[in-house]
Design a protein around this ligand. Sequence first.
Ligand SMILES: Cc1ncc(COP(=O)(O)O)c(C=O)c1O
Length: 365
Amino acid sequence: MDEIKLSKMYMNQDIKNAVLEVLDSGYYVKGPNLRHFEESFRDYIGSKYAIGVSSGTAALFLTYQELNLNPGDEVIVPSHTFIATATPLAYFKVKPVFVDIDPETYCMDIEKVKSEITPKTKCIVPVHIYGHPVDMDPLLEIAEEKSIKIIEDCCQAHGAEYKEKKVGKLGDIGVFSFFPSKNMTVGGDGGMIVTNNEKYGEELKLRRDHGRKSKYENELLGLNFRLNEIQAVIGKEQLKYLDEWIEKRREIVNFYNEIIEKYPNVKIPSEKEWAKCSYYVYTIQIEKRSSFIEHFNKKKIATGIYYPIPVHRQPIIQKLYGIQPKLGVTEEIVDKIVSLPLSPQLINEELDRIKVAINEYMEDL
Ligand SMILES: Cc1ncc(COP(=O)(O)O)c(C=O)c1O
């Protein structure tokens, strides 16, 4: 019996042929595939700019650099996220201020954000965690009133919608990751920055390539954070399937919800009426998580924990910024959350195996 993995990467013959064409072309960086991928991603999101970069982390690093933050400035981030939302700030001597989450959506709690704003707050980073969009309108209102920038971390939310608008273009800048487990990938590491702001768009294009305007003329401070042609061509091909894959993910989520909702001791994901989730992962909360995981291990079904240590509790964060204040909801859910396999490539036989495993475990409780 094969293991059912948490996520599966999709590669068909068209994608493989496109990669071979790139290999034969001799253009491996800064070629037409990057341009085409950026154009199609920009059109998909509906933003003015899309800039391909080497990872989601690179996208965040460049974005924080572009904002011209000064040492001592503060940026409000959730703690319930992947650490890369916060760590690039340390390179600019900027302080991340961690806020708690809403227990229903797992996204940053807007009321908590409001209470953390100080004259030093320069930016807020809503993370659309698990593919559920953050409630953006109140955040955008605060931002406008106080001249604070909004950077959307969309690394888990390709194609997710807030009030029928794609996430990424709602704030000042949006960042995406194409790490292999994401809703779409580039067959390795990759990322994208999107914005409607002309200055940011033009400057970020230069910054990801040594800040150069032409081959030997460097106008801005930048590094090499380019996205390769092979990754770009895979991304361009994968983007064609993204909407179809999101629908499939949503069907699987409904399938899981119908099985699990009858068990009162388990919390299933919720979707706000203004949200269309893209479901990067399917996360439930369960009291006796370790025995649940053990049961799934025995059945050769993978499970994941996103994330077992909240960012404000990470040793490097405490070393850099000292012991952080307690975040009640984040610290409560961290021992209960567990994610089940979710990918549009899951076949019916695998879904049935997962259904049987869930029912067996719950009925034995
Ligand atoms: C919320 C979030 N932010 C940032 C990143 C960093 O992206 P990458 O792994 O492409 O550097 C990830 C990726 O896992 C993520 O999930």
